[in-house]
Design a protein around this ligand. Sequence first.
Ligand code: DX5
Ligand code: ZN
Length: 217
Amino acid sequence: MNYYVSASVLSADLLNIKSEIEKLEKNGVDMLHFDVMDGIFVNNITYGLPVLEQVRKATDMTLDVHLMIADPAKYVERFAKAGADIISFHSESQSDTLATIRAIKSAGAKAAVAIKPNTPAESIYEFLPELDMLLVMTVEPGFGGQSFISSTVDKVRLIRQKIEELHLDCDVQVDGGINYETAPVAREAGANVLVSGSCLFKAEDMSEAVKKIKGEA
Ligand code: DX5
Ligand code: ZN
């Protein structure tokens, strides 16, 4: 299995975003995880299209956009145009899941569905054949720096089993509370794309941190 680390921009120094991105690239981070929150789907507000456009100009890294917004279908085309390579949206949002997946793909981006900690694995099985990635939230969406919810691990395992059973090529991403203790647990259960915010940005040696999260050190 190929493992990837996606760095959560929420934990970066936003006034120095360009040098932060250069540091991530230099230290072997694979993707940038861009959390968009609208204050309706979650109780927090972050950044959106204009910031993503600027980030796109600053890097060739894969931009992994996580939409925590009430009606993602309305915006996916604009996020794809702004430079998103992968767009994740929540199955718990008000948009129709299949129609939103199709809209992302026809806008030229890779499509992912995200599920909150209490959403059952079975609820998304029917969409797996359409997806490039499935995002299992390992904390309640809304804030960086929270603790990993262990009950989500079995869900990761079930989803990976289903993907294998169906012979699909679909990444499994985990997001929230990923650190040196929880990353091995998530990998063992079948996650291969690991989002890291606070752990990565707090690390004294970022390149070592990336290796540890991927299980290479
Ligand atoms: C939470 C976000 C996460 C978060 C991860 O709603 O989706 O991407 O920023 O941050 P850490 O790694 O600090 O939990
Ligand atoms: Zn996220």
